[in-house]
Design a protein. Structure first.
Length: 193
């Protein structure tokens, strides 16, 4: 059995080994793209009432990834000649580039459809952005980007890693939300169960 993000060899009763592996891969995938300041993250983190995300992290991106994600999301690039100023939204407000990442691992087709298929109200909170970037993480050919809300990115298992099927849309979130995510990650990391 593989050691998890916190070095624990047990799986929650309601999750398969594959589900746990997908959540952990998402954090490893992010670490490879983050700046040297690193990634602070945890699995099974409560981020809102009734919303426990499979993995949550705080991280800034290396320039090549940041440039791609921000451009794809329609933000204006900073002035490269002076090096001053940051990314700007449509209204001209500066955008935080310390991101709150949300990952949903879906190991089975029924689980994917229960969350994103529009059935029932249990997962309706997944249809409104709550963080900076949202990713659904699945085995190969399990999910279709057309079934996800437009702001969700899709990561698919590929060998020992993940590949981007669709990039997540970046949302400009408040510093307060970043702090709240950080608190929830720290709180999750201190749990003994």
């Amino acid at each position: 059995m593989n050691r998890g993000w916190h070095g624990v060899d047990t799986y929650p009763a309601n999750q398969s080994k594959l589900h746990v592996e997908l959540a952990e891969r998402s954090l490893r995938w992010l670490r490879a793209r983050a700046t040297k300041s690193g990634v602070v993250g945890a699995t099974e983190v409560g981020i809102a009432r009734g919303y426990v995300a499979d993995a949550v992290a705080l991280a800034s991106l290396q320039w090549r990834f940041l440039n791609h994600y921000m451009s794809e999301s329609g933000f204006t690039r900073p002035d490269m000649h002076t090096g001053f100023g940051g990314w700007r939204d449509e209204a001209g407000a500066e955008v935080l580039t310390e991101f709150a990442w949300v990952f949903e691992a879906k190991a089975t087709r029924p689980d994917f459809l229960a969350t994103f298929g529009g059935r029932g109200k249990k997962h309706v909170n997944r249809h409104t952005p709550i963080g900076s970037l949202h990713w659904c993480v699945v085995p190969k050919n399990l999910g279709d980007v057309r079934e996800l809300p437009a702001f969700w990115g899709l990561l698919e298992m590929c060998g020992q890693g993940l590949r981007v099927v669709r990039i997540a849309r970046v949302f400009n979130v408040s510093q307060g939300l970043i702090h709240r995510f950080g608190y929830e990650i720290l709180k999750r990391g201190r749990r003994t169960s």
